[in-house]
Design a protein around this ligand. Structure first.
Ligand code: AMP
Length: 190
């Protein structure tokens, strides 16, 4: 399995890139945000538990998120590899991911970070909020809270992966195709 973690702030383009990369490398794309939104829409027990956090732009608690993630991966036992989009977002999630992958004889191959300036990303999210219907994209205060969550809880993961020589930074500003090329260059070099 080639497991790739797509890393980046909200709005950095992880989901967009994942759509192209999953085809190119025949990977299973798992977006924890998408899985949560599916559960919200269908008003499942998980959705009920996650809603208050998501609507406020807070991270959903680790235990709930990790359990969901593992269930998702287990739905694809024959996959070539997983493209993780939006997971892990905390150190505890990163550790849980390593333990889980090891239990199935696998590991994270690389973490690819899409980098872009905060102010550009915030404008992008507000624009997306006009059509996405996402409550968390429509309010600048909630967006800023998501950035704060990122800075406090997710940014420390960079060191976690750098220490394992698995952290690669890609310039996230450019056309979609250009950025796919940049990410592909990293994957092809693994
Ligand atoms: P996203 O679509 O990745 O921006 O995620 C939307 C929201 O889902 C986040 O603001 C969190 O509330 C929740 N979420 C998604 N992934 C995670 C995660 N790995 N850990 C905790 N919360 C998450």
């Amino acid at each position: 399995m080639i497991n790739i973690v797509l890393f980046g702030k909200p709005g950095a383009g992880k989901g967009t890139q994942a759509e192209f990369l999953k085809e190119k490398y025949k990977l299973t794309h798992i977006s924890t945000g998408d899985v949560f939104r599916f559960n919200l829409k269908n008003d499942t027990e998980l959705g009920k538990q996650a809603r208050v956090y998501m609507d406020a732009g807070d991270l959903v608690p680790d235990e709930l998120t990790t359990k969901m993630l593992i269930d998702e991966v287990n739905k694809h036992p024959d996959t070539n590899g997983v493209l993780f989009d939006g997971y892990p977002r905390t150190l505890s999630q990163a550790e849980a991911l390593d333990v889980f992958l090891e239990s199935i004889g696998s590991k994270v191959a690389a973490t690819v970070a899409l980098e872009a300036d905060d102010e550009i990303l915030i404008q992008r999210l507000l624009e997306r909020g006009k059509t996405s219907g996402r409550v968390d994209d429509q309010d600048e205060e909630k967006i800023r809270n998501r950035y704060q969550e990122y800075n406090e809880k997710t940014a420390p993961l960079m060191d976690f992966y750098k220490n394992q020589d698995k952290f690669f930074i890609v310039d996230g500003i450019g056309s979609i195709a250009e950025i796919t090329e940049r990410v592909s260059a990293v994957i092809d070099n693994l």
